[in-house]
Design a binder for this molecule. Sequence first.
Ligand SMILES: NC(=O)c1ccc[n+]([C@@H]2O[C@H](COP(=O)([O-])OP(=O)(O)OC[C@H]3O[C@@H](n4cnc5c(N)ncnc54)[C@H](O)[C@@H]3O)[C@@H](O)[C@H]2O)c1
Length: 265
Amino acid sequence: MPRYDLDGQVAIVTGAGRGIGRAIALRLAREGAAVTVADIDEASARTVSDEIAAAGGSSLPARIDVTNKHDANRVVRQTVARFDGVHILVNNAGIGAIAPLMETNEATWDSLMNVNAKGVLLCTQAAARQMIAQGKGGRIINNASGAGKIAPGKDTPLGAYAASKHAVVALTRQFGFELAEHQILVNCLCAGIVDTAMWDLIDREIARRQGVPAGSVKAKAVAGIPLGRIQQAEDVANMVAFLASSDASYTTAQTFDVSGGLLPY
Ligand SMILES: NC(=O)c1ccc[n+]([C@@H]2O[C@H](COP(=O)([O-])OP(=O)(O)OC[C@H]3O[C@@H](n4cnc5c(N)ncnc54)[C@H](O)[C@@H]3O)[C@@H](O)[C@H]2O)c1
């Protein structure tokens, strides 16, 4: 059942072909929004878009590489052509990589900063230009990470990832201030350990490095979550739906912890 009334709203969700982005796209569609399902993997974008259509929602699949400003601008244009506007952007696309900072090479650094940080810059610029032209405000919701607030520590070598996600928190605050006069609200989520392919990769890579069984790294991390269960993509989507709704109309430039109590602040 819909909880928020997003009828007439149009959303773009990046990285929506699987994992958290898919859950966000499905949830926003269930709330009544028309959703552009944007992903670098066009086939998965199409699958999720079909899922939305099968459930009675409106959706458009689109290929996007968030590191490319022409892609970002094109996806906004395609969305406007199909749905007559853009009201919500969810910057969700992201990648991870495991390496201690002392072993992090430039290629890894560049790809993480490009997708996770520059992607947020370019997609926000593209969508916000459209929202400003529409003159009716908008919502931009960034999917950072707990690693956007804390350093994950020596046993979880996600240093470059953490740097890129700290950048997302900073982009959220600054865009929030710069876009406030246009009533475009910019907020950010910091999730914990979400049960997706990304954490499977983290688990596999750290387990390999530490010489422990696959699955054990994730199990140990989950054991430290105060709410006692691994996070589901839908837990993140719940918060996105709230931040996209009229109930969140007096909140901007903020970062919200959605981590089952894992994050200290
Ligand atoms: N899984 C977690 O525990 C966790 C925790 C906190 C934050 N996050 C963040 O949530 C977001 C989604 O994570 P997930 O776990 O669903 O990951 P995932 O790997 O399952 O999905 C990421 C999606 O982004 C797409 N993508 C990758 N590069 C892209 C690019 N250049 N342009 C467009 N799309 C691209 C992929 O094709 C994929 O569909 C990421 O930003 C991630 O950093 C994840």
